[in-house]
Design a protein. Structure first.
Length: 513
């Protein structure tokens, strides 16, 4: 079979393939058990990585805390210059890194490149921001006093990321954390450890070239147990975690128990509302890309289509027809639309969802199923499925990380569709397809969508880095990436300076001695 240049890509990223020994990522101390990374694309073993033991973790933390003392003294614009160099390295390595993302995670090569582009974009954003970490000045109520606020570096930021965006989500966090003067300890998903090693190698090269300690960026490998060391560690003031709601609740409680800060980016149950005024062509593209792109494994994937009864059949037929055109197969082959799921556990969750929706009274109108035979040897390829369902089904309320789309019907006013859209525990992304100004504005109003992201005439997935990314309710409330998301990576200090010879008290209080 064609290797699509994957071996060259691994080489360019400093990943030692399995026959050459174990891939460690530069200076990251891990010496524990082995994680083997298998590709969901063809089932082959790509490379092995050592996990981080408790003793290794202590070494990592000592390297991180030492690096922080140095890094925080560097002026922010100079930290931005380092991030600029890191972004340039990513530009050079965009193709191999995009290929590794595609091969280790299973998303299309186009989406792998897109993910690296998001990393480059957030670096550019961070470089500009490194000269704009603004605080406010305010007028003191006391004469001869000046009051202002400033933002200082926070410390070691712990990053826990998921397999579905194995490189971009780390970059969203780390590029901002770095310009803020923080250092990062990253635990990538144990399902995509090589993406972690590749990123660490790139960062390490930049730090080395600038005579900076590699501890500014640290990598730890392993499952939730190694993540637990971070959530319980007082030396880590902020833990940024992306993953399931179940994981988020555990992380949030552990971090809150020591009054640390957590930034949570958890599950979504994203819907597109299609009103009688929707543009059919745009609706179909938005819905199909949202539901089957990344094989339904984005937090922002479209899970529910809420269709007005007057056009229910028309939209349904058009979406079903589009599903017949989908080509499923090797994601490195640009002729395919849909790649594999991450592993066979994910395939079981997918199968279970299809079974449950029927048990609860739903109807499969695009059947789905697991593919086998030539090209599908990994056992991870599934057919995107569509079911007619009801919003109150337990399975519809639940986020299944797979290409399963539920069709829901509404009648009457757009308010009824908004109630269905909001009628889930998650609150990440939402969209409305309409050319009706009143419907669009109602959807965006305070009594409209309750999600962190609300789009008009765009699908639910594919957010740009410039906006703050995140969601409400059980999605966790965190905001990452653009806008003022940087503020959570810094500590805020209010300063008041008296330049008189008197000591007047605030609120006019008299205290004469
Ligand atoms: C995620 O699925 O974890 O909006 C993040 C999007 C991407 C980010 C998704 N830019 O689809």
């Amino acid at each position: 079979a064609a290797d699509f240049g994957i071996h060259d890509a691994l080489k360019a990223l400093g990943i030692k393939e399995v026959n050459d020994g174990t891939s460690t990522g530069s200076d990251h101390f891990s010496s524990g058990d082995i994680i083997s990374s298998y590709s969901p694309v063809d089932g082959s073993l790509i490379a092995k990585v050592k996990t981080t033991t408790k003793e290794d973790y202590e070494k990592v933390m000592s390297s991180a805390t030492t690096a922080f003392k140095q890094w925080r003294t560097k002026p922010a614009p100079q930290r931005g210059e380092i991030v600029r160099q890191f972004g340039d390295k990513l530009r050079e390595l965009k193709e191999p890194l995009g290929k590794l993302v595609s091969y280790e995670m299973g998303k299309s090569y186009q989406e792998g490149l897109g993910e690296v582009q998001e990393m480059i974009d957030i670096c550019d954003f961070a470089v500009g921001l490194s000269r704009q970490l603004h605080g406010l000045t305010m007028h003191s109520e006391r004469p001869g006093h000046r009051m202002y606020e400033q933002y200082h570096s926070l410390g070691v930021v712990g990053i826990i990321s998921a397999f579905n965006f194995p490189v971009a989500v780390w970059a969203w966090n780390t590029a901002l954390a770095w310009i803020c003067g923080d250092v990062c300890v990253w635990k990538p998903s144990e399902k995509t450890p090589l993406c972690g090693v590749a990123c660490q190698n790139i960062a390490a090269e930049v730090f080395k070239a600038n005579n900076l300690p590699e501890g500014i960026s640290c990598l730890i490998n392993g499952d939730y147990k190694i993540g637990e060391l971070m959530t319980q560690d007082n030396r880590i003031p902020l833990v940024s975690a992306t993953g399931s709601i179940r994981m988020g609740k555990i992380v949030a409680q552990a971090v809150a128990a020591r009054l640390g800060k957590s930034l949570l980016e958890l599950g979504g149950n994203n819907a597109i509302i299609v009103t009688p005024d929707a543009d059919l062509k745009m609706t179909v593209i938005g819905a199909v890309f949202g539901a089957v792109g990344t094989a339904g494994q984005r937090c922002t994937s479209t899970r529910r289509l809420i269709l007005h009864e007057s056009m229910y059949d028309k939209v349904k037929d058009a979406v079903v027809a589009a599903y017949q055109q989908l080509r499923i197969g090797n994601p490195l082959d640009e002729n395919n639309h849909v790649g594999p799921l991450i592993d066979t556990d994910a395939v079981s969750h997918y199968k279970n969802a299809l079974k449950k929706v029927v048990e609860e009274g739903g109807k499969l109108i695009v059947e789905g199923g697991v593919l086998d035979g030539e090209g599908y040897e990994s056992g991870c390829y599934v057919k995107p499925a569509i079911a007619e369902a009801s919003n109150d089904f337990e399975i519809v309320q639940h986020e299944t990380f797979a290409p399963v789309l539920y069709l829901l019907k509404y009648s009457g006013d757009v308010e009824n569709a908004i109630a269905i859209q909001n009628g889930v525990v998650q609150g990440l992304s939402s969209a409305i397809m309409t050319n009706n100004l009143r419907e669009a504005e109602r959807f965006l109003s305070a009594w409209g969508s309750d999600c962190g992201i609300a789009n008009v005439n765009i699908g639910t997935s594919g957010a740009e880095i410039g906006g703050a990314f995140g969601g409400e309710k059980e999605t966790g409330g965190g905001r990452e990436s653009g806008s003022d998301a940087w503020k959570v990576y810094m500590r805020r200090q209010t300063n008041t300076i008296n330049f008189t010879t008197e000591l007047p008290l605030a609120q006019g209080i008299k205290f004469d001695l």
